[in-house]
Design a protein around this ligand. Sequence first.
Ligand code: ZN
Length: 117
Amino acid sequence: MTFIGNLAIADSEIQSEIIIALSLMEAFSPIPPEWVEKATHAHGFCCSRCGQPPSKAEAVWVNRRSPVYTENHQRKWQEFYRCECQSVWWAWSNDRPPSEFRDRAMRNNQDDDFLMG
Ligand SMILES: [Zn+2]
């Protein structure tokens, strides 16, 4: 238990809040994490080494600073994923299969909603 004033709060509640905040911060940080440097461009929206989908990745970083405009005037940006197998890959955001990703994200982690915008 942690005491804040007279309130006793279960540590597990605080930790899960912190973990969510940290993962959001990393995904949208303007500063690329170090592991991004090793990324290779994946063909198909999955790990090029083991084929795991992005919902299995242990870390994600979205390069929102440098959007590129497609021929349809839609923005796309690089999404970087560090896979469970430690392989690092990236792909264009508009190459992500939307329905499949949403289904997986909703099932695995409801906090992934921020990626849908
Ligand atoms: Zn992998």
